[in-house]
Each structure stands twice: as structure tokens, then as C-alpha cells.
Design a binder for this molecule. Structure first.
Ligand code: ADP
Ligand code: MG
Length: 551
């Protein structure tokens, strides 16, 4: 038997990284801006603990396109690198300077927001560039360095005359990636990935209109000035404490998040935990009734303010994917498959935390302002009913605030409903029979007849409700649901004097046979003497199970 060591040489691994590391080439910009952000945050931290004795100032990150030269520049004013650091951090593939930093400053820097992780992000530059330069000047008193690499494992490193602190990355964009020299494409990427990153990002300038000077004439144009176009909001609402925010702040953040969405959200839920995992975020309940098709504005997942994805499947329970908003957590493992995510312990905890927070919020809305909760019910019921159906933990909590509307527009909780119908609506087996209509117009005469008998009739018309009824019937032994036109409603109904009861037995039989003749083979039953109403002297019913089968 022979044993040995597999020899991984950079020559082999480099093209692999280029090709397979990231399926999405566009993320190179996110990675480079993340590094520029890390460099800035590291400097911030070092100045704050007195280890870097330089002026931190108001650093920003600038993105510049040089169309003629076919170059893209990413310039930061962060801590920079010495020549030795370039050798250490850049030339060693898969060695993360970010992890090293967090390790070294474990106690003081754990909330610094440093993004880097795997020590591979930088190399994503080679997915779109065939040559990359780094020109960098450390905050330390050492000469600037200039590193150049054309994508082969060979590089050059020489001194540079750069004088300002920070790093400039120059990408020589490859022939097949010239889209990244287009203003509009870069702006699109900045808005998608970097809109809420913590360091201001400049991309060109924009014209700002100033107020007219005093005494200006009507026809005088307002004065303008060119200002830096900062594409991001470095302090998005979710990074603040709930106590710092007013209702209006939440609404304006919603508009910032979804500029094309004109409908206001119904309410929001601010998420904020740091143990046993780190997670912040704001979730919004949208007006679903007007928005069933507009599902493109989804919950966005961030990691330290860097956009990761808007596919939160596996992280948020399915019934909550109808909500909108953001979740930010450094604890969600990224770049891994969805099925892995679902099995991950931390992710499971996150999912159940979110479920609990949503249930608690709904419960407090219900308790604090029931009238308002009732007014919102139509917009939120689908989410709640779906949640009750799919998550037992949610079901337990939601049972106390889930509402059952009557055909007359009153709302009852299940407990209130039970108390109200206990006396009248039990069948011969002492089972509570809950009557409901699914279509007020079509079932009008049945509804009227049942109400005439003093029964409560619910209006349950959402698509999920048939399934929820089944769940309630199995989880509570002593109840059954029956639609107002179903057959076992007659178990409840006493025979009384009606127009039909005045007919002789023979006449009734004749009438019944003739009606049944016209409805032949459709599974309906015709009942005489069942109703106490001139409008519906007899009823035609269909077994509840037959009807559910058709749905
Ligand atoms: P990671 O960010 O996961 O650490 P990267 O491959 O993205 O890995 O970057 C490797 C290292 O190179 C960083 O950790 C950092 O030390 C250094 N680096 C990259 N970009 C910059 C920059 N703009 N300024 C200073 N250092 C940088
Ligand atoms: Mg990085």
C-alpha cells in the first residue's frame, strides 16, 4: 500500500477559481466593494482603539469607468497594504485577511461589520478582467506598492508613487465582459448589491437643484450644482434600534427598498437578536389583497449590509415568504445549497425565531387595537391561515387571534365563536356544527334560512380555508364544519310549520320525485320541510365530503 499527498498547485487551481468559484460573474463588483468596505472599517476600528494614529476623516469608495482605456477602478481610503501585506494577503489564495483581523481583534471588533470570510473574493476580479492591478498605500509609514497580475500565477510587485492612503484596484476588462464598462450596468449592480453598504459609495456626479436666491424672478431658472452621486444609504433603518424609529421612518424605508411599490405596508416587525445568533431586519406585511401577482418585491437577505439574495426559501418559513422587507445576518451560511440550509441548525433557529416574532407582533396588534386588526384581516388572513396550516408552533399562537368573520361582517375568535354557538348548534352527537358560507350571493337563501333559525353563519372564502377547516376538525375533536347548503345542516334544524308542511304526504312525494328527476345523478339530496322560509320552501343539499372533493 502506498500513501501520499495530493499536490495542489496554483497553476491547476487558478483557472478553476476563475471558472467555478461563482456562477454569477457580476458579483465581482460586490466582492471588491466589500473588500474596500472592510479596509475602511478596519481603519475605523484601528483609529478608534488608538492603534492607527491617523485622521479617519470621512472616507468614501469611488467607482470609476474608463471607457477608452477599458478599465474599471475601485478606489478606497481604507487602511491600505504594505508590499509585505500584498504578498501575504493577495498572493496567498484562500487566506482571508478578514478572518485574521477578526481573530486578532476578537473582543473589540466583533461588531465592526467586517464582511470578508473565505479569502477568495478578490480573485473574482479575474472572472471579468484579464489583468488586475493593485496600487496601495498603507496607513503605516511605508512606500506604496503596485501589484500586477494577468491571470496567470505570475505577478509583479514594485514600488509606486501613490501618496494618498488607501487602495485602488484597476480591472482591465476582458473582451467578453465589456458590459461592465457601461454606466447603466454598473449602476444597476451598485443598486442591487451595495445600496445599503456602510461606507458611502460614489459613482459619478449628479446635478442638484438649489433653492432660488431671494428676489429671484419667476422665470429665472433655479441654480444648480454638481455633487458626488452617492448611490448608497450607509445607515439603513434596520441597523438602528426600534426606539430610534418612528412609524414614518419604517414607511420611508419601505419606499427606499421597493421604489416601484406604491402601496403602503400594513405594519412592520423589527427583528433584532444577538444571541444565540445574530440577526437584524425589518419585515413588512404588504396589502396582499391587491398584490397577489406582484410577488417580485421579495424579502431581501443581507450579510453585514451586503445584498446576498432575494430568495429566502429555506431561511424563512414558506408562509412568511409573502412578506416583504430585509433580513441581515452574518450567521447564515452562504454559497451553499438550499437543502443544506434547511438542515442547518442555525438556520432552523433563525426560522423559528422569525415565526415567533411574527406571531407575537400579530398577537399584540390584536390585543392593543382589535378594531384595526379586524380592518386588516382581509389583507393578512392568507398568511395567517397558511401559517396555521403549515407550522404547528404558529398554529398554537395564532389560534388566539385568528378571526372568523360572519356573513354580517362581525369577527370572532374561535373561542368566542364556540361560546356563542354552544347552545344552539350541536348535532345529535353533541358535536359543535360550525356553519359557513363561501359565496354570499350564491348561497344567499341558505344563509337567510339558517339565520332565520338563529344560527351563526361564517363567511369563509379564502382559498386556504377548506384545508384549515380539515386541520381544525382533526385537532379539536368535537367540532365539524358544514357549509350552509350541505346535507348535515338538517341535523340541527327542527321541523316547523312551513309552506311545505301544509302539503299532504303524497303531494310532497310527488314534488320531491320531480325535483330529483331534474337533478338526477349529481349527488344532491332534496329535503322537504327543512326550511322555515317562504323564500326557500325546500332545500337541495350536497354531502359536505362530495363538495370538498370537487374543490
Ligand atoms: P476576504 O475578504 O475573505 O478576506 P479576499 O480574497 O476578498 O478575502 O481578500 C483577501 C485579503 O486581501 C483581504 O482580507 C485583505 O487583507 C486584502 N485586501 C483586499 N482588498 C483590499 C483593499 N481594498 N484594501 C486593503 N486590503 C485589501
Ligand atoms: Mg473579500
Amino acid at each position: 500500500m502506498a500513501t501520499g499527498k495530493i499536490n495542489v498547485s496554483v497553476e491547476n487551481i487558478f483557472p478553476l477559481i476563475k471558472k467555478f468559484l461563482y456562477s454569477d460573474h457580476e458579483i465581482f463588483l460586490r466582492e471588491l466593494i466589500s473588500n474596500a468596505t472592510d479596509a475602511t472599517l478596519k481603519l475605523k476600528h484601528l483609529t478608534s482603539i488608538g492603534e492607527a494614529k491617523v485622521e479617519y476623516g470621512n472616507p468614501q469608495i469611488e467607482i470609476k469607468i474608463d471607457k477608452e482605456g477599458k478599465k474599471l477602478h475601485i478606489v478606497d481610503q481604507g487602511l491600505g497594504m504594505t508590499a509585505d501585506e500584498v504578498k501575504k494577503y493577495i498572493n496567498e489564495v484562500a487566506f482571508s485577511g478578514a478572518e485574521e483581523f477578526l481573530d486578532k481583534y476578537k473582543d473589540s471588533a466583533k461588531d465592526s461589520g467586517i464582511i470578508g470570510h473565505f479569502g477568495l473574493g478578490f480573485y473574482s476580479a479575474f472572472m471579468v478582467a484579464d489583468k488586475v492591478e493593485i496600487i496601495t498605500k498603507s496607513f503605516k509609514d511605508e512606500p506604496a506598492a503596485h501589484w500586477t497580475c494577468d491571470g496567470s500565477p505570475e505577478f509583479t510587485l514594485e514600488e509606486s508613487d501613490k501618496t494618498e492612503r488607501g487602495t485602488e484596484i484597476v480591472l482591465h476588462i476582458a473582451e467578453d465582459s465589456t458590459e461592465f464598462l457601461e454606466d447603466a450596468r454598473i449602476r444597476e449592480l451598485l443598486v442591487k448589491y451595495n445600496k445599503f453598504m456602510p461606507v458611502p459609495i460614489k459613482f459619478g456626479t449628479k446635478t442638484e437643484t438649489l433653492p432660488k436666491p431671494e428676489g429671484a424672478k419667476e422665470e429665472d431658472p433655479a441654480p444648480t450644482q454638481e455633487v458626488d452621486d452617492i448611490i448608497n444609504n450607509p445607515n439603513p433603518a434596520w441597523t438602528k434600534q426600534p426606539s430610534e424609529l418612528e412609524d414614518e421612518d419604517y414607511k420611508s424605508f419601505y419606499r427606499e427598498l421597493y421604489p416601484m411599490q406604491f402601496e403602503e405596508p400594513l405594519f412592520n416587525i423589527h427583528l433584532n437578536v444577538d444571541y444565540p445568533f445574530n440577526l437584524t431586519g425589518i419585515l413588512y406585511f404588504p396589502k396582499l389583497s391587491n398584490d397577489m401577482t406582484l410577488q417580485k418585491d421579495r424579502i431581501q437577505l443581507y450579510q453585514n449590509q451586503v445584498f446576498v439574495t432575494d430568495n429566502v426559501e429555506g431561511i424563512v418559513p414558506e408562509f412568511l415568504t409573502m412578506l416583504k422587507g430585509v433580513i441581515d445576518s452574518p450567521d447564515i451560511p452562504l454559497n451553499v445549497s438550499r437543502s443544506y440550509l434547511q438542515a442547518d441548525g442555525a438556520v432552523k433557529k433563525i426560522s423559528s425565531y422569525i415565526t415567533r416574532k411574527v406571531a407575537d407582533k400579530l398577537s399584540s396588534l390584536f390585543k392593543n387595537n382589535r378594531e384595526d386588526f379586524e380592518a386588516k384581516w382581509n389583507d393578512i388572513k392568507v398568511v395567517i391561515e397558511y401559517g396555521m396550516l403549515s407550522e404547528d408552533k404558529f398554529f398554537e399562537k395564532a389560534e388566539k387571534f385568528a378571526l372568523y368573520p360572519t356573513v354580517d361582517g362581525d369577527f370572532m375568535t374561535f373561542e368566542e365563536l364556540e361560546a356563542k354557538i354552544k347552545e344552539k348548534q350541536t348535532d345529535k352527537d353533541e358535536k359543535l356544527v360550525i356553519l359557513y358560507a363561501s359565496d354570499k350571493e350564491a348561497q344567499h337563501s341558505y344563509i337567510e334560512a339558517a339565520k332565520g333559525k338563529g344560527y351563526e353563519v361564517l363567511l369563509l372564502d379564502s382559498p386556504i380555508v377548506p384545508h384549515l377547516m380539515q386541520k381544525l376538525e382533526t385537532s379539536k375533536e368535537n367540532i365539524s364544519f358544514a357549509r350552509v347548503d350541505a346535507d348535515h345542516i338538517d341535523n340541527l334544524i327542527k321541523k316547523e310549520d312551513t309552506a311545505i308542511s301544509k302539503l299532504s304526504d303524497e303531494e310532497k312525494e310527488q314534488l320531491k320525485t320531480s325535483i330529483e328527476g331534474t337533478l338526477k345523478d349529481q349527488g344532491y339530496t332534496v329535503q322537504m320541510e327543512a326550511m322555515d322560509s317562504e323564500a326557500a320552501p325546500f332545500i337541495i343539499t350536497e354531502p359536505e365530503f362530495m363538495r370538498r372533493m370537487k374543490e
